[in-house]
Write a protein that binds this ligand. Structure first.
Ligand code: AGP
Length: 615
């Protein structure tokens, strides 16, 4: 949720921290702050509620020069987004500064203990409590900062990542994590830390993802990692294969628009090399090799767990997996999954989908499944993410960094990866002939060109968006694979345009939601070619008869649909199960252009954060 950056090395650290925060601001934007140990050895902290620009303003004319520092952008959990609650926080005597992402579950108990010992707190945050705790431990037991952090880690409960600096040790940062992401960057003469790779990529591609309960000590000369007992430990080391331009807007007004337009390339990348030398469909990581493949061949039930847009991708996959691999699939909201005691056996496969690979609810669901002996497949965009490391099988979506809070290219590539998984399972279970799998893959390889054709209609969609921008409430309806796209179209509109929107199964309208229709109310209907088109057309007539203005997403060449629609957005002809990868694109563009018409902050919509690392 929060963005964390830290640097120690030869460079003037403040501009570097602010630049890093601008890359990480998408993770949370309730407040921003920096802590720098200046050349005089003083700890300088500047922090402001609101967007990073407010911090920039506060830093203007304040020359703070030093080479070691921390920066933070916040998504508030404990305490409202104001200046005192902004990070960094200091210990009781103001010698050390701490930033954090996540939640300290036992902070109230620790706070009471510290208050009893005379500590006075200046904020309402759980973060300040841990800063005081580390400071108190350090004063009491002596030793270095790393020892104090190690002792504090044994007392803290929750899911979090922390980074600390101490004016007594001006060229050192200490970091740790538990169930929240923290990556380390190895650069020439410098060491860095961040909540995700986007914050480091301007400096290095040489990355280590910290594992739970490790302590990292960063100095300009390098990084040492130990476990909670002080023994040497190893993080997950990897090299990032994208560069800084991937995390920049490259001339687009917003990251969201750039990412919508990146979909042809992203889908192409997701599909690349999916057939191995023996002509078989391949996944990226198969832990346990042939034995795991054997287990997967005997799976008798699949649960798909995910949140938000990723869950909508899972809903699409239910249709493909059931149809191609002939396995029963249930799709679950990840935050509900483990609390309802699902029936999991060694023959159950849990497919966990997460762009970031760090969504707390999805990771918790995957961990629960593994603890019950189920096999776990991760579909994620982030190499080395917690979810990727938790899973038996990993399929990477290879979409490149997704910065906009509203997920777009992650969604289409998740569906493609899930289609690959469906074919992989079909191959293991022999529910499809090899040439049928090959035919489906060949059709999928056409998708990038087909998405390009949809994108060419952007000017017309932008025009339509201006027509619909005044609507108070938009309904999205669809059947079969059109249903998850209706839900996704509505979610996009809600989250970036703040327009009340809901998606419904078209056939359910007459059981209640149709009561919402009144004169001129917009309804977006998914009516591409396929076995449910006629049924959707009937549902369109029902809403039109009650005064709705209907915007239909239909298949190119379907001129008859115009008789039932007020407006039509066309997508090229495709296999029925592959339509979602095309039909979602005009809905992404529609939401984007409605949001910009309304003057919304598209990339950083209110109250949201890109990666939700708290339950
Ligand atoms: C998408 O537009 C949303 N911002 C959100 O629903 C997102 O898909 C959800 O939080 C899951 O994120 P993940 O894919 O990183 O797990």
């Amino acid at each position: 949720m929060c963005g964390i950056i830290g640097y120690t090395g030869p460079e003037d650290v403040l501009p570097l921290l602010v630049q890093g925060l601008s890359t990480l601001e998408y993770r949370g934007y309730d407040s921003a702050g920096v802590a720098v140990i200046d050349h005089a050895g003083e700890l300088q902290i500047v922090k402001r509620a609101g967007r990073l620009d407010r911090l920039r303003g506060a830093l203007e004319g304040r020359p703070i020069h030093g080479t070691t520092g921390l920066g933070h952008t916040r998504w508030a959990t404990h305490g409202e987004p104001n200046d005192p609650n902004a990070h960094p926080h200091t210990d009781a005597v103001g010698h050390l500064a701490l930033i954090h992402n996540g939640i300290f579950e036992n902070f109230a108990e620790l706070k009471a203990e510290l208050e009893a010992a005379g500590h006075v707190f200046r904020s309402e945050t759980d973060t300040e409590v841990i800063a005081h705790l580390i400071g108190a431990i350090r004063d009491e037991q002596g030793g270095d900062l790393a020892s104090a952090v190690r002792s504090a880690m044994k007392r803290i409960e929750g899911a979090f990542a922390i980074a600390v600096l101490d004016r007594h040790d001006p060229h050192t940062l200490v970091a740790s994590r538990r169930e929240a992401p923290l990556v380390l960057g190895h650069a020439e003469g410098a060491s860095l830390l961040a909540s995700d790779v986007a914050g480091l990529i301007a400096h290095t591609r040489d990355i280590s993802a910290m594992l739970d309960d490790q302590i990292a000590v960063l100095t300009p000369g390098g990084i040492t990692i130990t476990d909670l007992e002080g023994y040497p430990a190893e993080a997950h080391h990897y090299t990032v294969d994208w560069d800084i331009s991937a995390a920049e807007k490259q001339g687009y007004d917003h990251f969201m628009l750039k990412e919508i337009h990146e979909q042809p390339r992203a889908v192409h990348e997701t599909l690349l090399g999916r057939v191995n030398g023996e002509g078989r469909i391949a996944v990226d990581e198969l832990r346990g090799g042939a034995a795991v493949e054997g287990d997967l061949a005997h799976v008798d039930k699949i649960y798909i767990v995910a949140c938000g847009t990723s869950m909508h991708a899972g809903m699409v996959a239910k249709y493909t997996i059931e149809h191609w691999a002939r396995l029963p699939v249930e799709v679950e909201i990840a935050s509900e999954f483990r609390y309802r005691d699902p029936i999991l056996t060694p023959h159950t496969l849990v497919v966990a989908i997460s762009q970031s690979g760090e969504t707390a609810d999805t990771i918790a669901a995957a961990t629960h499944a593994r603890n019950q002996q189920a096999k776990v497949v991760a579909i994620t965009n982030v190499v080395g993410s917690t979810l990727a490391r938790e899973a038996d099988v990993v399929l990477y979506t290879r979409a490149g960094p997704e910065i906009a809070v509203a997920s777009t290219k992650a969604f289409t590539t998740q569906i493609v990866a899930l289609d690959v998984l469906a074919l992989y399972l079909a191959q293991l279970r022999r529910s499809l002939f090899p040439d049928e799998c090959g035919d489906h893959l060949a059709r999928m390889e056409m998708l990038p060109a087909l998405i390009e054709q949809v994108l060419e209609q952007e000017p017309a969609i932008a025009e339509l968006a201006r027509t619909f921008a005044g609507a108070e409430y938009v309904m999205f309806i669809g059947r079969h694979v059109g249903l998850p796209i209706a839900l996704e179209g509505a979610l996009k509109l809600k989250e970036i345009a703040y327009v009340h929107a809901e998606g419904f199964a078209a056939g359910e309208m007459k059981h209640g939601p149709i009561a919402l229709i009144d004169q001129g109310g917009p309804v977006v209907a998914l009516a591409t070619r396929g076995h449910v088109r006629g049924k959707v057309v009937s549902n369109i007539q029902e809403v039109k008869a009650r005064g709705a203005v209907v915007l239909v997403v239909a298949t190119e060449g379907d001129t008859e649909i115009k008789e039932h629609a007020d407006h039509v957005m066309y997508v090229p002809d495709a296999h029925e199960l592959l339509y979602p990868i095309l039909t979602v694109v005009p809905l992404q563009l529609l939401a984007y252009h409605i949001a910009t018409t309304l003057g919304r902050d598209v990339d950083m919509p209110r109250n949201l954060a890109k990666t939700v690392t708290v339950e």
